[in-house]
Write a protein that binds this ligand. Sequence first.
Ligand SMILES: Cc1cc2nc3c(=O)[nH]c(=O)nc-3n(C[C@H](O)[C@H](O)[C@H](O)COP(=O)(O)OP(=O)(O)OC[C@H]3O[C@@H](n4cnc5c(N)ncnc54)[C@H](O)[C@@H]3O)c2cc1C
Ligand code: FES
Length: 275
Amino acid sequence: MRKNPYVPRLAKIVEIREENYNTKTFTFRFLDGDGFKFTPGEFNLVTICGAGESTFTVASKPGMKDLQNTIRKVGKLTETLFNMNIGDKVGIRGPYGKPWPLREIEGKDIVIVAGGIGLAPLRPVIYYIAMNRDRYGHVDLLYGARTPKDMIYTSEMDEWRRVKDFNLQLTVDYVPPNVEWTHKVGVVTVLLKEIEADLRNTVALICGPEIMMKFTAYQLHKMGISDGDIYLSMERRMRCGIGKCGHCQIGPKFVCMDGPTFSYKEVRLLPDAFE
Ligand SMILES: Cc1cc2nc3c(=O)[nH]c(=O)nc-3n(C[C@H](O)[C@H](O)[C@H](O)COP(=O)(O)OP(=O)(O)OC[C@H]3O[C@@H](n4cnc5c(N)ncnc54)[C@H](O)[C@@H]3O)c2cc1C
Ligand code: FES
């Protein structure tokens, strides 16, 4: 008999790591004993009885059996989840969606640009490249957040800096008084001049607020990266996650099926792509 795609798998929370004042990374273990196979860039849905269902990018390290989601507290489901503890149970559907084209971009230099919690879908990419270092060229990771306190994964950044040919650059929009900050100040596009990659053979992967993706993609285009080599992870409210309800549409595209990763060439001219 065909499995009902709307029935979630049961999982329990086995770890909760605080990333910052409103964001936590949850590790979920499946009660059926099976793992969670995924490809970087895909998403899953989390269901909590009485709170509903919401969409999150898979933030796990490739190869790990458990599922990790990095989640910002913004509304009904996320508030309920933030009140839960180790051992509490949730439902999980997925993974769904179109991943980053990691196979297709082998041999290229990579520029990763992330804003705020937009680093979550790129965390698996960073680890995938580190695990398969000889398959990719130079990597630039340009990460921006509103303030130093809004950054995520800061506890992992020293490990990333040790990856061969890996240039990590950080910026914040604003440094509050009495906060120590030794990196750049300004929106993330100020970091584009720090790129070390060979732009004639480079692919860009971008995720963040839409306004940030719009300006970053446009600047990278002006710097000479072709629109087909610039990839973005788009966000739209979802219901079914599997192409049935139409909630996630951008023009003719379904973010849940045709995305969430799109090339800039695919979405640049779509109405409402960048709101
Ligand atoms: C592909 C994808 C990946 C994502 N990955 C992550 C991730 O990794 N981490 C993460 O924290 N978030 C992620 N999100 C966003 C996340 O799905 C939403 O923040 C989610 O709605 C939170 O659920 P909630 O019930 O807590 O919030 P809700 O109660 O749904 O409210 C969330 C916000 O949306 C507003 N809102 C409510 N209803 C609507 C509506 N109909 N239309 C527009 N806005 C509305 C609310 O006012 C509030 O500001 C992702 C979304 C997508 C589509
Ligand atoms: S979420 Fe239902 S069609 Fe995309």
